[in-house]
Design a protein around this ligand. Structure first.
Ligand code: ZN
Ligand code: ZN
Ligand code: FE
Length: 750
């Protein structure tokens, strides 16, 4: 009897076939394994054939995931051996893996003096290393990646071709003999760059002295480079280090002068910096983390995890109670932390609102004045990719930014997609999503489409995804907002274009994640989005299903005094709102004279919850300006006290409007009592959601950027006994909009 399996899931490009090969060999089975368009096909004959699938399931390579196994019994063919058959026409839907942090085995080798990759900064294997960031085209073969210019040496080639080797078909395989090399550049007095790189001072004749000698020389070179970096960092210098998806700007996070210098040079006075730590113990010294957060920090994707501060490091995240922290994830990071014992600032190298920088040339052009040294290497980053950002709420994840390690993220759906759909997302935290065959693909974080470079990056990403997935869109879905760059782009494509209201798309994104259908009570709270009545929505309560939504309630409109500028500077908007509630109270604010004669007819109306946070933060005395997105919310959160009783009802519903005039009055009357206001405000929002949920017999969905607020989230989850869905493994902010748009397309156009 011959068994034939079709195995579907994440089974290609993850070392799946070698695992099958090893198990088949061990069980003395004959047959073959083959990659096909639908998945991996395995045929086996032999006595132990019944054991095969269970053993395979228990010994999957770390990145593989089996979704489905189909099985057939067929007549014997009497295979002689077991082999890996190479497919002639590789499938067009080849799974494109996100980049993967260095694995334990590679780490062990890297720090093994006897290994030929001792301290080799580009060590990788079938289970780890760069993927998405080096791929130019499909299929995922070395010749289609930025590794193509490095010709494999004999030893690497042997490993690459041996199914029993842990580097079998690892496309970025390399070593000192044949792979990329580090180079360190630093500024000298006249602003010129001095350089130290292996390739420059190649010693003649060294090749003859054998590989061992070479490893010794090259690892010594690596040591010298990191010793120099260590000296720079200890002297308070600012550097750039090339990572997987772009450069990080770095400096000693414990050196407040260095941090201050970085802020000044980069003209980024307030926005928090993420920090990279040597290990979890070092994180625990500076942060309070629970078991769940520890798990998130240590997980194989190595995202930035937002956690509570324990020791305040000046200049890193002033005035708020948390840090974004992460661990090394490339060999280069690990090498660095062999030499230094302090955490470093590791923030994406870019000009604000622009994409992360990928090359030394661009870095020099845009941030040449910011950095004192640059650790570069000669393997190109083809596709940029920022670090991912998540946080933990109780035992659940909130995703702020889905990028390196997670994206491109692919989902299998139980429907055949035709025509193909492209969703172009929102304008901020833009991502795109594709749907074809039975797949949905979500791109990594692209960013805010507020600059020419960012829009170019958006367009480039669409081109990249069309190429990588051999994808041709038949339909485009975008946001209702006519001024979004993504909308404008879509309108120029001469394809059927559908526009989905922003806050409805938020809700659909959560429905997509949990594969939900049917009716829900949906709370969509965020900064701003274009409403169907042309006002700026953002505090919305819907009854929604996969086809449409009804706006049940919204926060009472107020004037967006200052327009776009109100986001940064909410004072006029805040005092104007107060004036309309209680003129006498408004007189206590210096802006009163500026707003007393304003005519509300001249302003856009908004129900934005994000702006309500800004207003409360301003009127309550938490902020003067909203220095960066999310600042007012985090300021308020940092004063929340869960032991404080706040049971006064400070809101009302009239017709379709949620009125919080009483809450605003309370804020103003208690101005300066930061703990009381913060607790009352967040509890009131939770109370609004819970009360409305009690009255309506439907499961609840929460989505939108405001729910990044983990204190609010926690308070809702703890107090409600209803089934509540919210985005966990997909972005809960505008990064999820493209998925929501795709969801609508799948359920309404296919
Ligand atoms: Zn590895
Ligand atoms: Zn090699
Ligand atoms: Fe939004």
């Amino acid at each position: 009897m011959r068994y034939r399996f079709l195995i579907e899931g994440i089974v290609q490009g993850v070392g799946f076939r070698p695992s099958v090969y090893k198990i088949a060999k061990k069980l003395n089975l004959k047959g073959y394994v083959l990659n096909s368009g639908e998945g991996v096909i395995v045929e086996i004959e032999g006595e132990n054939r019944d054991k095969f699938i269970d053993i395979l399931k228990n010994n999957l390579p770390p990145l593989a995931k089996i979704d489905k196994v189909t099985f057939e019994k067929l007549p014997l063919k009497n295979y002689r051996d077991f082999e890996i058959i190479h497919s002639k026409n590789s499938s067009k839907t080849t799974f494109i893996s996100p980049d993967i942090s260095i694995c334990d085995e590679c780490l062990k080798e890297m720090f093994d003096e006897k290994n030929r990759r001792y301290l080799y900064p580009f060590i990788n294997c079938t289970n780890c290393g760069p993927r998405y960031t080096i791929i130019e085209n499909i299929p995922y073969d070395r010749k289609n990646t930025s590794m193509k210019k490095f010709k494999m040496c004999e030893k690497c080639e042997k490993e690459y071709n041996n199914p029993l080797d842990r580097r079998y078909h690892a496309q970025p395989i390399s070593c000192y003999e044949c792979g990329p090399r580090l180079s360190l550049k630093w500024k000298v007095e006249n602003g010129e760059w001095e350089e130290e790189s292996g390739s420059r001072k190649e010693r003649v004749g060294s090749r003859k002295e054998g590989v061992e000698k070479r490893v010794e020389e090259r690892s010594e070179e690596v040591i010298q480079i990191f010793k120099k970096i260590t000296k720079f960092l200890k002297n308070g210098k600012i550097g750039a280090i090339k990572g997987l998806g772009g450069f990080h700007l770095v400096c000693d996070a414990t050196n407040k002068e260095a941090v201050k210098k970085l802020r000044e040079r980069k003209n980024r006075p307030y926005k928090p910096f993420a920090m990279m730590f040597k290990d979890i113990e070092q994180i625990k010294k500076y942060c309070e983390i629970n078991e769940f957060e520890e798990k998130l920090i240590l997980c194989k994707e190595k995202p930035i995890v937002v956690v509570k501060k324990k020791i305040d490091l000046k200049g890193i995240a002033d005035n708020i109670d948390r840090y974004g922290v992460f661990l090394p994830y490339t060999p280069i990071h690990y090498l660095l932390f062999e030499f230094i014992d302090f955490p470093i600032v590791a923030t994406s190298a870019n000009i604000s609102n622009e994409p992360i920088i990928r090359s030394f040339e661009e870095l020099n052009e845009k941030l040449g004045d910011v950095v004192d040294f640059v650790l570069d290497y000669d393997r190109d980053i083809v596709n940029a990719c920022d670090d991912s950002v998540i946080c933990g709420v109780d035992e659940k994840i909130l995703t702020y930014r889905l990028s390196r390690g997670y994206a491109p993220k692919s989902f299998s759906i139980d429907k055949k997609i035709k025509p193909n759909i492209l969703a172009v997302g929102a304008n901020q935290k833009n991502t795109i999503a594709l749907s074809f065959k039975d797949k949905v693909i979500l791109s990594p974080h692209i960013g805010d489409l507020l600059t020419i470079d960012a829009v170019e990056y958006f367009e480039r990403t669409i081109e990249t995804f069309k190429r990588l997935y051999s994808f041709k869109p038949d339909i485009i879905i975008g946001d209702l907002h006519p001024e979004y760059e993504s909308t404008k782009w879509a309108k120029n494509q001469n394809l059927p274009f559908y526009q989905i209201q922003h806050h409805y798309a938020h809700i659909l994104s959560a429905m997509f994640e949990f594969n939900l259908k049917g009716e829900f009570l949906a709370f969509s709270f965020d900064g701003t989005g274009y409403g169907e009545d042309k006002n700026i929505w953002g505090g919305e309560v819907f009854i929604a299903n996969e086809n449409s939504f009804k706006r049940l309630y919204h926060f009472k409109y107020f004037s967006l005094v200052g327009g776009e500028k109100a986001v940064k500077n909410p004072s006029l908007m805040a005092v104007n709102l107060l004036k309309n509630i209680d003129e006498n109270l408004a007189k206590n604010y210096k802006e009163f004279n500026l707003v007393k004669n304003l005519d509300d007819k001249n302003f856009l109306k908004t129900s934005s919850m994000g702006r309500i946070f800004d207003i409360v933060a301003y009127l309550g005395g938490y902020i003067d300006k909203n220095h960066y997105e999310g600042y007012s919310g985090m300021r308020i959160e940092s004063f929340y006290n869960e032991n404080l009783k706040t049971d006064k009802r400070l809101w009302a519903i009239e017709n379709e409007e949620i009125d919080i005039s009483e809450l605003i009055r309370f804020v103003v009357k208690n101005r300066g009592n930061l703990e009381l206001i913060a607790t009352t405000f967040l509890n009131t929002l939770a109370d609004i959601i819970i009360s409305i949920s009690k009255d309506i017999d439907l499961p609840v969905i929460l989505s939108g950027g405001v729910f990044q607020n983990k204190t609010l989230m926690k308070s809702i989850l703890n107090k409600s006994n209803k089934k509540i869905y919210f985005n966990q493994n997909t972005p809960i902010n505008d990064g999820g909009i493209s998925l929501g748009q795709i969801k609508w397309g799948i359920d309404n156009l296919i």
